[in-house]
Design a protein around this ligand. Structure first.
Ligand code: ATP
Ligand code: LTN
Length: 329
């Protein structure tokens, strides 16, 4: 039986966070042996907001190395940089022509990222059309992402259906693969905002490359309410509920078990043990990250990924162009 296809990506717009890991990266690792997987670093998406060239380069390599450090095996999954497969830009343009302005205007990520900014690049607006192209180039069945990408995925499904309706059956209609616990980890300083690697306040997120003591400090300083009850109640105790979600995702303990463990103990012991659980998860990943960066193997792996991804992507693009009436030579 042929394997279902999986594609996903993360932006090299900062250091990967625990939110990225729990919401998406963990599922990449889980799916790689049972599915045909494509995992990319979406550098072309990252430049929809200004990036400093040296930082973009370093972060792109760092994200790719973190994929591997988290357990992605380049022999099992194809790992590559989006910008090294030009078919993304090309199908991205074609998808932009298929997308309605009204659809893009409704995207909450665009509204959030453009709010209060004086000049906003047009790429930030058309970003979801490029994401749709990313997924469609590989005819992915499943897309492991966090909760914040649901709306973009819905648009991808609409565009795939629109294309199929106009030009004949071509694209698979993809589905999201979103975790039950941890699909939306919130900021440590403000539980109304999602944890985000591009947040200028480093105290708001736990980076996968934060040293253990920094992780301990960030968790001990994480905002909580003035009560002392470790209770999952997102409406009234959003901060503590967020920490419980992280605890549950990291240890696989149920919310009820965690509440029972800290019954009557206040936030102190809870936060301390949460920090240790996060450190225990992250330390081996950091060791493996250092090994990968020092091995000098990264570019070779990304080059192989580029070749594998290009084959499939080019084939889809030729088919699309031909169906749309471009002269294919
Ligand atoms: P940026 O701050 O640049 O917007 P980000 O941290 O939001 O970046 P992305 O690169 O946009 O991260 O997302 C990569 C993946 O991680 C996506 O699948 C996204 O849904 C998931 N993700 C991002 N933040 C969280 C979070 N706080 N909780 C759960 N999943 C998340
Ligand atoms: N928009 C996504 C990143 C992304 C992506 C994709 C995710 C770009 N292309 C294709 C899944 C599949 C985000 O996390 N902000």
């Amino acid at each position: 039986m042929t394997k279902l296809k999986v594609l996903s990506g993360m932006q090299p717009s900062g250091q990967l966070t625990l939110g990225n890991y729990i919401g998406a990266l963990r599922n990449y690792v889980k799916l790689q042996h049972t599915h045909e997987c494509y995992f990319m670093v979406v550098d072309m998406h990252a430049v929809t907001v200004p990036q400093e060239p040296a930082a973009l380069k370093e972060q792109s390599e760092s994200v790719a190395a973190l994929y591997l450090a988290a357990g992605i095996d380049p022999k099992a999954a194809t790992v590559f940089l989006q910008s090294t497969v030009p078919a993304h830009a090309e199908l991205g343009w074609l998808m932009t022509t298929l997308t309605y302005m009204g659809e893009l205007e409704r995207m909450t990520q665009f509204k959030d990222k453009s709010a209060g900014k004086e000049s906003v690049g047009a790429g930030l607006f058309t970003y979801p059309s490029l994401m749709a192209a990313d997924i469609m180039l590989y005819n992915a069945d499943l897309v492991p992402v966090g909760d914040d990408q649901k709306q973009h995925l819905e648009l991808t499904r609409d565009l795939a259906q629109r294309f199929n309706g106009r030009y004949g059956d071509t694209f698979t209609i993809p589905k999201g693969y979103i975790p039950e616990v941890g699909a939306r980890i919130m900021s440590l300083d403000d539980a109304s905002k999602k944890m985000s690697k591009s947040n200028p306040n480093a105290g708001s997120y736990i980076a996968l490359l934060d040293p253990p003591d920094v992780i301990r400090k960030k968790i001990s300083r994480a905002v909580t309410d003035s009560g002392r009850e470790v209770k999952y109640d997102p409406a009234n105790k959003p901060e503590v509920s967020n920490l419980i979600s992280i605890y549950s995702a990291v240890t696989d303990k149920s919310v009820a078990d965690i509440e029972a463990m800290y019954d009557g103990q206040g936030y102190g012991p809870f936060k301390k043990e949460l920090a240790e659980a996060v450190v225990a998860l992250i330390e081996p990943l950091q060791q493996s990250y250092r090994d990968i960066r020092e091995s000098g193997e990264l570019h070779r792996i990304l080059k192989e990924g580029q070749q594998k991804a290009s084959e499939l992507a080019e084939r889809t693009l030729r088919d699309v162009k031909s169906k749309m009436g471009f002269v294919v030579l």
